[in-house]
Design a binder for this molecule. Structure first.
Ligand code: ZN
Ligand code: ZN
Length: 137
């Protein structure tokens, strides 16, 4: 058992709730086209963590899975009612990239870089001093 603090998260309508350990391996702002489309935002702040450290605590039946249907395929977990993008499963099903905007509790980590800045929205200007990468470093 882990001694880490647990963070709660939820979709917009509250149908789906999850818990994740406050033990993210990284946090970053992704400017790729997929993240912009999926969230409707200029970029998506995400925190990466092992999938075992995240669990759905209510609304398992309300989940909408979007993406690769294969057992190890990358896919996004949305609320099927309000559409919130809660997290993405990547790295052959081993890692979750949590959409930090769906967290209710604040994580200890802060985004440390911008990635996929080559596909950044042309109308959005990055105004902080965090490193900028063309892809996931
Ligand atoms: Zn919802
Ligand atoms: Zn992205």
């Amino acid at each position: 058992m882990s001694t880490n603090r647990m963070l709660k998260g939820s979709c917009l309508c509250g149908a789906v709730a999850y818990e994740v350990e406050d033990a993210f391996r990284y946090a970053l702002n992704c400017h790729c086209t997929d993240c912009r489309r999926a969230t409707g935002g200029a970029f998506k702040p995400i925190g990466g963590i092992e999938v075992e450290k995240l669990s759905i605590t209510s609304g398992q039946d309300a989940i909408l899975r979007y993406g690769d249907e294969g057992p190890e395929g990358s896919h996004d977990i949305h609320c099927g009612t309000c559409g919130s993008l809660l997290y993405s499963i990547v790295q052959k099903g081993t890692r979750a990239n949590v959409s930090l905007g769906t967290l209710i509790d604040a994580p200890s980590i802060r985004p440390s870089m911008h990635i996929f800045v080559g596909s950044k929205a042309p109308w959005y200007e990055i105004t902080d001093d965090l490193p900028q990468h063309e892809r996931f470093p």
